[in-house]
Ligand binder design. Structure first.
Ligand SMILES: [Zn+2]
Length: 220
């Protein structure tokens, strides 16, 4: 894969592995992986009012207000490493955010990882974590010692029911607000849309992405 200034978006429902794929693409194309989730989690570690607000939204599976995410993304995209291109993960999530983004950046590629809700929920429910928040996956990233964290030896547990409900809430937001953006980008001739089957294991999904990712950049 070779290109000048690829500016990618990656869409996919919860459990589709889009974060992992975005990381692999980022390495391969030498462009930053900009994850809205990671940006928000970093702020959550501060002892601030903003951190509490963000936790409130995320715990309930709700979207963080556009005003805030738009500001955060604008600041991030100004950084010099984005001059080479970027891959955005977890943003934009609705039309308002997409329109905001279009004022500063012409997207070149939209990758859509398709996975049924059923499979997504199943995959997420096989996630394990410890009290310190280190996470594992029964099939994709199992701990070395069954049932215990590699980092601190704490017992691992499955996510709570409350979190499962938050997952369902996020899935319904994805269908209602994010999926319609695929059509929004389909109407833009400069954007190439690539559909990916998210059902196979992660390495196979990545192979499909590599094969289909024929970078073009009309803007440069
Ligand atoms: Zn741990």
């Amino acid at each position: 894969m070779k290109a000048s200034k690829p500016r990618l978006l990656i869409f996919g429902p919860q459990g589709s592995g889009k974060g992992t794929q975005a990381q692999l693409i980022s390495k391969s194309l030498h462009i930053p992986h900009i994850s809205m989730g990671a940006i928000l989690r970093k702020i959550q570690n501060d002892d601030s009012r903003l951190a509490k607000d963000i936790t409130h939204y995320l715990d309930r599976g709700e979207l963080v207000p556009d005003e805030l995410t738009n500001k955060l993304i604008a600041v991030r995209l100004e950084k010099p490493d984005c001059k080479a291109g970027f891959i955005l993960d977890g943003y934009p999530r609705n039309k308002n955010q997409a329109e905001f983004l279009s004022k500063t950046s012409q997207i070149t590629i939209l990758l859509v990882i398709n996975l049924s809700d059923e499979e997504g929920v199943k995959r997420l429910s096989d996630r394990l974590m410890c009290d310190n928040g280190h996470s594992y996956h029964l099939h994709f990233a199992p701990p070395q010692k069954n049932g215990f964290c590699d980092v601190d030896g704490l017992p691992l547990f499955r996510r709570s029911d409350e979190t499962a409900q938050a997952i369902k809430q996020r899935l319904s937001i994805y269908h209602q607000e994010t999926e319609p953006l695929i059509d929004y980008y389909r109407r833009q001739p400069a954007v190439q849309i690539i559909d990916i089957d998210g059902n196979p294991p992660i390495p196979q999904v990545y192979q499909e992405i590599e094969k289909k990712l024929v970078i073009h950049d009309k803007a440069s």
